[in-house]
Design a protein around this ligand. Sequence first.
Ligand code: 5RP
Length: 227
Amino acid sequence: MTQDELKTQVGLAALQYVQNGEIVGVGTGSTVNKFIDALASAIAAGQIKIAGTVSSSVASTEKLKGHGIPVFEANDVTRLGVYIDGADEIDGDGYMVKGGGAALTREKIVASLADKFVCIADESKLVKTLGAFPLPVEVIPMAADHIQRRFAAKGGTATIRMKDGVPLITDNGQHILDVTGLSIKEPLAFELGVNQWAGVVTVGVFAQQKASVCLLGTSTGVRVLEF
Ligand code: 5RP
């Protein structure tokens, strides 16, 4: 199976966590795009009827609306039954690195509203220790140099993410640092620590908002990991 087929497989499998009548939290990325397509097909076929969604990015909002699926503001809901999103890395405890699509801040906000975080990922995302994937950190631009120095003191190299020759601007108007050279052995402590640094908007370690379950796409079918 190709990686794309594995993503399709888990996007479809995630439908079992969608409850009729609920508002569903929707993440961002190529795996989530498969879920959105599967959700739209299930709604069109009359198999699922949801009240709407809360989206974690402009890109997912546009895709959901393109399918005619209602999107509510996060401030309009008090809780979500489920949040469905991909990951760049997930470890054996359900801790994740996210933000490859630069949507980490809104992803963490929507995830924090949900009772259950369903991570959908192909098997390449399962790791022993987080950190091989460059860690995304959303930062206030005027703090970027200082935060780069703080990561250097931890043995990391933080680089401003570029797009079309200029720093990428997130949906929140900020910049992203991608940090290589880290081995994140204590994700909870790491997340709490880096979140305290002045100018950090969000660090892409999802430890407090870790996965409740991971649907892992493998060539022999979907593996369900519960945490
Ligand atoms: C976006 C994310 C994505 O969930 C993560 O990058 C995985 O993306 P993909 O499903 O395309 O591999 O965190 O900010």
